[in-house]
Design a protein around this ligand. Sequence first.
Ligand SMILES: [Zn+2]
Length: 229
Amino acid sequence: MGEVLGGPTATVNQPDCAGASADRPVLGALEMACVRALPLMNTVDPEKIASGVRLMLEGMGENPQREGLLETPARVARMYQELIAGLGLDPADEITCQFQENIDELVLVRDIPFASICEHHLVPFIGVAHVGYIPRAGKITGLSKLARVVETAARRLQVQERMTCEIADALMSRLDPLGVVVVLEAEHFCMSIRGIKKPGSKTVTSALRGSVQSSQATRAEIMSLISRG
Ligand SMILES: [Zn+2]
């Protein structure tokens, strides 16, 4: 994506889960704690999803028996099964291979596309993730693994702020790097097509860990690489 910070943008500087660091700006109402999702109540039940959709259609004043809607509940159930396929999976488990290389510089994959579902409205938020880390003692992983971590974190009911943290923490826990940076930019359909109705607006969240968080110079350099598009 060319214009990383183009268009109207709400920036949420994401603190790490232990709280905001002193040298980063606090953005009042937009700043949110990194809330962990609670364990699942049950396994996915497509029949239940379909029944719920049937009820929704009735609630909308529709007749679920009319021809165009007959297959809709089952179809929506299959769709949601696909959209939440990462539920219960640990994104860190996607980092299945590790290599040893003589590298102690930033590894950054930019513009990884993702689609997730806003857990407040059950509509999509779609965007790109930029994921980078600074290896410790040359410990690296395959570049595609970073995209897989993003995909697994996205494939569940989410809030962007939590997803950002989950990706960063997955890298920290599995690679033990010197630092991690994760920036997510996404358009939320719950803002585009309803409520305030601002299509094109982007929400930007970041999660910084280790040396990326503690060194202002490192942080500035990485952010300029990300926004260079
Ligand atoms: Zn929403």
